[in-house]
Design a protein around this ligand. Sequence first.
Ligand code: UD1
Ligand code: UDP
Length: 371
Amino acid sequence: MNLLICFGTRPEAIKMAPICMELNKRKIPFKLCVTGQHKEMLQQVLDFFDLIPDYDLNVMLPNQSLNTLSSRILVEMDKVFEKEHFDLVLVHGDTTTSTLVALAAFHRHCKVAHIEAGLRTYNKQSPFPEELNRQLTARISDFHFAPTQKAKNNLLKESVNESSVIVTGNTVIDALHITINKIENGYSNAFIENLNETINFNKRVILVTGHRRESFGSGFKNVCEAILEISKKHDVEIVYPVHLNPNVQNVVYKRLAGKDNIHLITPLDYPSFIWLMNKAVLIISDSGGIQEEAPSLNIPVLVTRETTEREEGVTSGCSILVGINVNKIIHEANRILTADKVNDKMTNPYGDGIAAIKIVDFIQNNILIND
Ligand code: UD1
Ligand code: UDP
């Protein structure tokens, strides 16, 4: 059985790293292919987790369209399948890489296992194009590793065969535990040292991120307006590692640069981001991964999206869906920043840090054994 792991963006790499580590631990051979949909932001993760790709398709072009990206992935993946035979490919989540790699594998009669399967909003425009990517990847996949029971239920409603759906928790929690453990054991790096020098940690820290395509334009402008207002009203430090997508960079730097208590910085590498997150009192973000990580660190997240496929976080009280509504963002931030009581420690609905073990157990006992 020839196994291929394939991913292309920062969050996929973070969430696939624990699986690669578990396979290595059990000496199960596999090849690693990165599409390079992301470049710098992907390399940061590969470096931290010591992952060395066997194939790098290097498909990133500045600000390329989804169709160009998709076609480049299909063509380059075909060359990989031409060169080497694979029986099973593991893809992750909802990116263009996941769906196009799954399709390329299907065309080559290679089975597909989908990690982080079953997340749904059932709104094709939100998140765009991720919701459709997830649904397409589910149709192609032979095995579905669902992070939660809710995700499994979504797949069953779509008539996916129950025996092919395995609830595992989300591997992002495994990655978080690995990283926090390193930090607690003294890990540091240049990013962390720089943050220590430039941010006044005697003040409360608000962490901001954003990158969703459906918010390009007016959505990002609204979020910036709200952040500006919060920065004037409260004695806080706002730290915003700005995503490298030019559609994000242009708006954010134009509206928020040069303000005393707003720090616009380059994307942080994963361990320094977790280090900083751990110091924040509030996060304002549209990120999927951050909605999953935050409950472990007990930090409320204002989710700047109209919908979320991560409703478990909303139900547990960690995530608050504020959309891209300026007043709502300001109101919820005020409420949290003026509350006397911090949230009670919550259990993380997305897992307990052993998702990769469960995934590799299943692959070893049910897929490799039948080979
Ligand atoms: C992608 C995924 C999204 C995921 C996000 C995680 C798709 C359609 N989108 O969005 O689902 O949540 O990654 O961050 O799959 N760029 C760089 N360097 C990098 C990365 C990006 O310069 O390391 C710039 C390039 O100009 C690139 C652009 O950002 O063309 C957009 O990258 P792309 O992967 O298409 O979209 P993201 O917004 O990053
Ligand atoms: N992250 C990071 N550096 C940053 C911002 C985020 O390492 O500057 C991590 C974060 O901890 C999470 C993941 O990147 O694990 C989320 O990525 P992103 O928000 O880009 O994508 P999404 O999760 O929305 O697909």
